[in-house]
Ligand binder design. Structure first.
Ligand SMILES: [Zn+2]
Length: 242
């Protein structure tokens, strides 16, 4: 029994030592896993911080890229604007030099319709002025009967008629273009002056001073209902005062 009990005692002691070792091991393990957890948390925090730094840098870079793109767009727009300015200038410069040339020039004309011409249609423009008395600056087109103002300014215009056949007739000096009118014969904007003759009249005339803008046209209209054969003179005149 003595032997058996001493064996038991040793076994018990061994068991106890083993339990202590297991307990030590468990403690070491728990400590190790705690360290691992701390290490993981630390790594995670560092990763988050790095991520935030990278994200911040990226946002900053994106902002810079947007600014750069905007500047590039502005530059392109400016170049486009410059191009259009250049295009306008290439059109304007010759016009300006032409205006410089015209500015000092005398502008004016007088022209007469041929005798024995039949004016037929109501509202027809007087054309084909065969006799050019003067045409300074060449701004009156004798074929179309139109004077085109080359410069803004004050102009004097007149229409003189001598009749042989005594009859009622209506002649108008017209200024065009007009955005409002449907019929220039009745448009206050278009009519610069007119001659309304009675049957017993032998001549008639109108003299008007009118403001014209560059490009405005002056021409004369026959506005009577009956056809007329004029055997004397229809004289159309315009000149720039200043
Ligand atoms: Zn009109």
């Amino acid at each position: 029994f003595e032997n058996l009990s001493s064996v038991h005692g040793r076994e018990f002691e061994n068991m106890h030592k083993l339990e202590e070792k297991i307990s030590d091991l468990e403690m070491t393990l728990s400590k190790g896993s705690q360290e691992v957890e701390e290490f993981r948390t630390d790594i995670e925090a560092k990763y988050k911080m790095m991520f935030k730094i990278v994200a911040d840098r990226l946002a900053h870079l994106e902002k810079l890229r947007d600014i750069f793109n905007k500047k590039l767009d502005d530059r392109k727009k400016n170049i486009k604007k410059l191009d259009s300015v250049y295009d306008k200038m290439t059109v304007l410069v010759p016009k300006m030099s032409q205006l410089e040339k015209i500015r000092g020039q005398v502008i004016g004309f007088s022209a007469r319709l041929p005798f024995n011409m039949i004016l037929k249609t109501h509202g027809s423009v007087l054309r084909h002025f065969k006799e050019m008395i003067s045409n300074c600056g060449d701004h009156f087109n004798s074929e179309t009967g139109e004077f085109t103002a080359p410069l803004d300014g004050l102009y004097a215009t007149s229409l003189c008629v001598n009749f042989v056949v005594k009859q009622c007739l209506h002649l108008i000096i017209v200024k065009a273009p007009c955005a409002l009118c449907k019929n220039v014969s009745y448009c206050k904007q278009c009519i610069v002056g007119d001659i309304m003759s009675k049957e017993n009249a032998e001549n008639g005339s109108v003299f008007v001073v009118v403001n014209l803008t560059s490009g405005d046209k002056l021409y004369t209209l026959y506005s009577s209902v009956n056809q007329m054969m004029h055997e004397r003179s229809i004289l159309f005149t315009c000149f720039r005062i200043g």
